[in-house]
Design a binder for this molecule. Structure first.
Ligand SMILES: Cc1cc2nc3c(=O)[nH]c(=O)nc-3n(C[C@H](O)[C@H](O)[C@H](O)COP(=O)(O)OP(=O)(O)OC[C@H]3O[C@@H](n4cnc5c(N)ncnc54)[C@H](O)[C@@H]3O)c2cc1C
Length: 313
């Protein structure tokens, strides 16, 4: 049941600020609300990566559900409680005596006794000079989200892992020609490789690097170079999908917590970081396996750990 009377802004000091409203953050919000804790969510979207996913077949309770539907169900469960959801980007966290001050790009400062970082991951960029100019003009970081816009057009997909190959297989159903451009040999599950090999309109470019996106106002081509021979080629494509992995969203922590070699937050089995009162959950952490059910479970754990920490304070 929805309640729509959640305050839009956060008054005074709350028990817990949750950063992020993906599966981890929204689950943490429900657990803490049920413990009658005062909380606030600060987030740049609702659903996180879950909302980018077309079809989910491995979240228990649903044999199949779209990412948007599952996001709505999570949101509905959060909104049973009067939880303020502040749509803003966290840019900094600092200690102020025994409180945390969370600063946002919208120049808000929110204060809390504990924080749960559930900020997940964002797609990695290619790092070529003109890349950002084409975002939303034919260049996308999510084939699942934007692929249907490229019906019958020729596209290139950058990457050689599971997500790139899956994107190529999916785009094979939608697009005209699909080029799969990877710097090194594919590193993907056998079943995915088999499907990619069997996609009739897929053309491989293995051992190639991407030099430049071409086009006046929108993507019209992609210039690539074979690493071994140095030979260049221009692919005439109207779409480019970058599927080269994800990076954890931790910039706002600015060295406050320990990160592992992948830039993921180091937590103990109770989701606690090295900083007392600062918890983390889901894909932003070193937890093994990045899945909705895992992130939701970690969100629940972080919430219960924060509740216990507050009881002992
Ligand atoms: C294309 C795709 C398909 C997938 N398919 C499946 C699947 O079928 N099954 C499955 O189990 N898993 C799947 N996953 C993985 C799953 O979506 C993730 O493991 C899960 O969403 C992680 O949840 P999270 O809450 O930890 O982080 P995220 O989902 O990444 O959510 C992070 C949240 O933090 C917010 N945020 C980030 N930075 C800030 C900031 N500075 N300030 C405020 N808010 C911020 C974001 O807006 C977002 O709300 C898929 C992932 C992708 C990309």
């Amino acid at each position: 049941m929805f309640t729509l009377d959640a305050p839009a802004e956060v008054e005074g000091v709350v028990d817990t600020i949750i950063i992020g409203a993906g599966p981890a953050g929204m689950t943490a919000a429900v657990y803490l609300s049920r413990k009658k804790r005062s909380i606030a969510i600060v987030t740049t979207d609702l659903g996180g990566q879950m909302s980018w996913t077309l079809g989910i077949e491995n979240y228990m309770g649903y044999q199949y559900i779209t990412g948007r539907e599952l996001t709505s169900k999570f949101e509905e469960q959060v909104r049973q409680f009067p939880v303020p959801i502040v749509m803003d980007e966290v840019v900094d966290i600092s200690r102020e005596q025994d409180l945390f001050a969370v600063r946002t790009s919208g120049e808000r400062v929110l204060r809390a006794r504990t924080v749960i970082v559930a900020s997940g991951k964002r797609p990695k960029e290619l790092g070529i000079p003109n890349e950002r100019k084409y975002i939303g003009k034919g260049l996308s970081y999510c084939a699942t989200c934007d692929g249907p816009l490229f019906s019958k057009l020729d596209v290139a997909i950058a990457g050689g892992g599971n997500s790139a190959l899956q994107a190529a297989i999916d785009m094979g159903q939608v697009a005209g020609k699909v080029y799969l451009v990877s710097r090194s040999p594919w590193r993907a599950d056998a079943v995915v490789v088999e499907k990619a090999e069997g996609t009739p309109n897929l053309e491989k470019r293995i051992g190639f690097e991407i030099l430049e996106v071409l086009g006046k106002d929108k993507v019209e081509g992609l210039r690539i170079r074979e690493k071994a021979s140095g030979a260049e080629e221009v692919l005439g494509v109207q779409g480019v999908f970058v599927e080269i992995g994800l990076s954890p969203n931790t910039a706002f922590l600015k060295g406050m917590v320990e990160l592992d070699q992948y830039g993921e937050i180091v937590v103990d089995q109770n989701c606690l970081t090295k900083v007392p009162g600062l918890f983390a959950a889901g894909d932003v952490t070193m937890v093994h396996e990045k899945q909705i059910v895992v992130a939701a479970g970690e969100g629940a754990k972080a919430a219960l750990s924060a509740h216990e920490y507050l009881l002992k304070r």
